[in-house]
Design a protein around this ligand. Sequence first.
Ligand SMILES: Cc1cc2nc3c(=O)[nH]c(=O)nc-3n(C[C@H](O)[C@H](O)[C@H](O)COP(=O)(O)O)c2cc1C
Length: 180
Amino acid sequence: MEVEKIDYPQFFDLVSRRYSCRGYDDAPVSREMLMAIVETGRLAQSACNRQPWKFLVIDTPELREQVTKCYEREWAREARAFIVALGNSSEAWVRPCDGHNGMDVDVAIACENMCLAAASLGLGACWIGNFDVETLRCTLDIPAEWSPVAIISIGYPKPSQVVPEKKRKNIDEVVKWGKF
Ligand SMILES: Cc1cc2nc3c(=O)[nH]c(=O)nc-3n(C[C@H](O)[C@H](O)[C@H](O)COP(=O)(O)O)c2cc1C
């Protein structure tokens, strides 16, 4: 039987085209665009629907400059905006059998929605995890109960930006039908 693929081709195309963009041009990104992106973070699924997240949208030159001090890369300075995704473990669902806290997973889902949303709008984005947590906390007045999980840099890709080849493991290496 043919599997009915209504929106799948478009969705697959979006997922395939999304890449970590590390070169942005000068064009500003409107607040309307940024709102459209964070809206997809807000709509993300989360364990027990706890939504243990907040998103700081950073688009002023002063704050952008300060955020780049927490992740010192030349390309990051070109970003026109950053979304700092925060998670609160005490708001997240905890798995009773082993005490595993779902905060990181929940915030990650919201972040991926936002990266895909940026790609769908023709913007480039990069998930940044390798930032200086304490510097970011001080810079943005993040209270102790909120943990910065990711910074997402956003901007229009530089025209010279080469879209990197997708390097992924083969499907046979990562998918098994049935037992491990
Ligand atoms: C949790 C996480 C942390 C990441 N941290 C960084 C980072 O600090 N700096 C960076 O340049 N890219 C970072 N990336 C981007 C990955 O390097 C990138 O997604 C991966 O190499 C696959 O490439 P692609 O996104 O272009 O498909 C991160 C991605 C994830 C999901």
